[in-house]
Ligand binder design. Structure first.
Ligand SMILES: Nc1ncnc2c1ncn2[C@@H]1O[C@H](COP(=O)(O)OP(=O)(O)OP(=O)(O)O)[C@@H](O)[C@H]1O
Ligand SMILES: [Mg+2]
Length: 315
């Protein structure tokens, strides 16, 4: 087993333009290592390059430069092995409308050269909750069912790495929970999972590590708790009207730093504490405020862009 299920170095992609479109560099020399056995989140606003990266992993898009190793196999040196190690649930709903759900899974397994005796078609149907729709044509399935079928198709060759490109975009709560339950089960059995999402809360709940991509560049990568803490951190700097050295009863989750210039810097996570709670605490301590300033991490802009696109997508 390799330490990293996926290793990407200097990955660059330039889509060649045509008469109507200028060439577009969607990835600018990305380095990324995904630990084996993890659930890994890839976040970034619309057009950041997430799907481009995933489609390169899947072998659907040809990279312009860089190296990609999947399960230790270099895509250029061992294309067959690297492809066999990964299953991808794409963002686009492309379906074989005239196949039944069962036939879709079977055909996909055939494409990957899985012998009939080693196929898990019924087990997969069960897992994705389509057993009773096994003989229905894909075109008669609802959007949510089609999405589940796509998940099933990504699993037919029992890959070590499963990649999900926005599995929950436009999906209702029940299906979302089912998908996450499936993902957790697969991960518990040892599968490495990479997923993209616009929902920060979702990534926070699911992922061990998160990387943020913006304009084709990796701008952050850390353990989820550390990264979310960084994005969500806020510092409220209060300049008191008179020197304030007395006690301040702090709300839970707030840290106070007394600065040399007499300012009181309150740090907290915006998701957990409001500025009003901090101001109330000051009032109760009898501290009058002369001036207030806020300090936010530089990831703030990206976070805003993420949540904005997230809302757009959820609508
Ligand atoms: N086939 C293509 N030809 C030309 N440009 C493309 C092609 N596919 C993607 N792009 C461009 O590459 C950039 C990255 O797109 P990509 O689909 O990878 O973003 P994304 O992060 O997946 O976005 P979203 O959150 O909307 O799914 C965008 O500017 C997009 O217009
Ligand atoms: Mg995408």
């Amino acid at each position: 087993m390799t330490e990293h299920a996926i290793e990407i170095e200097g990955l660059t992609k330039t889509y060649s333009g045509d008469r109507t479109m200028a060439p577009k560099t969607a990835l600018h020399g990305i380095d990324l290592a995904v630990p084996t056995g993890s659930i890994f989140g890839l976040l970034g606003p619309n057009g950041a390059g997430k799907s481009t990266l995933i489609n390169i992993l899947a072998g659907l898009v040809q990279k312009s430069a860089g190296t990609v190793r999947i399960w230790g196999f270099d895509q250029d040196v061992n294309p067959r092995q690297s492809r066999a190690a990964i299953g991808v649930m794409p963002q686009e709903l492309n379906m074989d409308p005239f196949f039944t759900a069962r036939a879709s899974l079977d055909t996909q397994a055939g494409l990957y050269g899985v012998p009939k005796a080693q196929r898990h078609t019924e087990e997969i149907l069960e897992m994705i909750g389509l057993t009773d729709k096994a003989d229905a044509y894909a075109r008669t399935l609802s959007g949510g069912m089609r999405r589940r079928l796509l998940l099933g198709k990504a699993l037919v060759h029992a890959p070590q790495v499963l990649v999900l490109d926005e599995p929950t975009a436009g999906v209702d709560i029940e299906l979302r929970q089912m998908l996450w339950q499936n993902v957790r089960q697969l991960n518990a059995r040892g599968m490495t999972i990479i997923l993209t999402t616009h929902y920060l809360e979702e990534a926070e709940e699911m992922c061990d590590e998160i990387a943020i991509i913006h304009d084709g560049r990796k701008i952050a990568h850390d353990r989820t708790d550390r990264l979310i803490g960084q994005i969500d951190a806020k510092t409220l700097v209060i300049h008191p009207a008179e020197p304030a050295s007395g006690e301040v009863a702090l709300p839970d989750g707030v840290e106070l730093e007394r600065r040399a210039d007499g300012a009181l810097a309150f740090s907290y996570r915006r998701g957990k504490v409001t500025a009003e709670q901090v101001l109330d605490a000051l009032r109760e301590a009898g501290i009058r405020i002369q001036d207030v300033a806020t300090e936010e991490p530089h990831l703030e802009d990206v976070f805003l862009a993420l949540t904005r696109t997230g809302q757009g997508k959820a609508a």
